[in-house]
Write a protein that binds this ligand. Structure first.
Ligand SMILES: [Zn+2]
Ligand SMILES: [Zn+2]
Length: 366
């Protein structure tokens, strides 16, 4: 009796078959593909736009009409100067605003070298307070990474740019110049968003503006913004605490912004700086605020603060419909963006359907 040897039986009759490499690793992928994967993993939407996951306990209950407390406002940062650096401790209620793909940068030296330029150059880095930036990017980041950053955004619910979410031990004043120095180290910066208070001529004078223009050749303009809080309850700071919500509290935020060219020809004057600040801080902010209270929240022009009692959100606004164009009394139209709105009907429907199908699957398995 003839028996085929096992070797013969295993010969692949297909001559086109390409033998598999012994071990196919990530590094066998073409470089282009790898770079796209790094980008996919490491580049995220700005922290401002992240919402709570469906299963996060910080999300409003589906059967309620509660507004969402946005993840970026649910953090507490403690900054302690420990010369020459800072100690920084951040506490958050959930992970929804955290970056997800960072472990990729630690995977290997080779991956880190290829991926970190993508991470630093393509993300927008968001901060509630300038001191957070100084303590991290300013004091902890290597110069080569600082120089890759192209987009930085500061946004604060606090009208004076010092949100209670960030606590700095010691005097703030002495860190203002180091903050601007740290910004100037990001020499590839193309986009810089600042709360209007930051360009208050009391501390942002012509000299500072000229230094910025000189150090940052790619920065054509500043985006100056306000983040305005609206709540049916009064808050001693003007906006809710990072942690606590009063019973029945509904709060949302409106961001409005204007692009201001960065003057490079030395023609910027003290008077122009003052006028610009007044225009942004008083006219623009007040006009947007008035429009929100009268057109959306049911207040009258003579009783703007009564909006708290008439407080109700238009049906069309929710987590997925959060951008509006509004016309200001000056005739100017501007785009405003809402944060912390309620759950959309699409989401409610989706969750209900998912639960149903999970239920019927469980039923089928019985
Ligand atoms: Zn969350
Ligand atoms: Zn979560």
């Amino acid at each position: 009796m003839i028996t085929a040897s096992p070797e013969i039986l295993h010969v692949n009759p297909n001559p086109w078959h390409i033998p598999r490499p012994k071990k196919l690793t990530f590094m066998h992928l073409p470089r282009e593909v790898r770079l796209r994967i790094y980008e996919f993993v490491l580049v995220e939407i700005p922290r401002w736009d992240k919402k709570h996951h469906l299963k996060c306990r910080c999300r409003p209950r589906l059967d309620s009409d509660d507004t969402e407390h946005p993840p970026f406002l649910q953090s507490m940062v403690k900054i302690t100067p420990v010369p020459p650096k800072f100690h920084i401790a951040t506490t958050t209620r959930c992970d929804c605003a955290k970056r997800k793909g960072l472990s990729l940068l630690l995977a290997s030296r080779e991956i880190n070298q290829a991926a970190s330029p993508i991470f630093w150059s393509l993300n927008t880095f968001c901060f509630l307070d300038s001191m957070e930036f100084l303590a991290t990017v300013g004091h902890r980041l290597q110069p080569k990474h600082q120089q890759r950053i192209q987009s930085v955004s500061f946004m604060s619910p606090d009208a004076r740019g010092m949100p209670r979410h960030v606590r700095l031990y010691g005097r703030r004043r002495r860190h203002i110049e180091p903050f601007w120095q740290a910004i100037r180290k990001c020499i590839r910066l193309r986009h810089l968003e600042l709360p209007a208070w930051y360009i208050n001529p009391a501390h942002f004078n012509i000299h500072r503006s000229n230094q910025l223009a000189k150090a940052l050749p790619h920065l054509q303009s500043l985006e100056i913004s306000h983040l305005l809080p609206y709540s049916n309850k009064a808050h001693s700071w003007g906006y809710p605490s990072p942690w606590y919500k009063q019973p029945e509290e509904r709060t949302f935020y409106v961001r409005c912004s204007r692009r201001v060219p960065l003057v490079r020809d030395g023609s910027w004057t003290n008077q122009a700086a003052k006028d610009l600040f007044r225009e942004l801080q008083h006219n623009f902010r007040v006009h947007v605020d008035t429009a929100v209270k009268t057109k959306l929240l049911g207040a009258t022009i003579d009783g703007l603060e009564e909006y708290r009692t008439t407080f109700r959100l238009p049906r069309q606004l929710d987590e997925h419909n959060c951008v509006r164009r509004i016309t200001l009394p000056s005739g100017e139209t501007t785009t405003i963006r809402f944060y912390g709105l309620r759950t959309s009907n699409q989401t409610r429907l989706r969750v209900v359907q998912e639960k149903k199908s999970a239920g019927s699957e469980a039923e089928a398995e019985k």
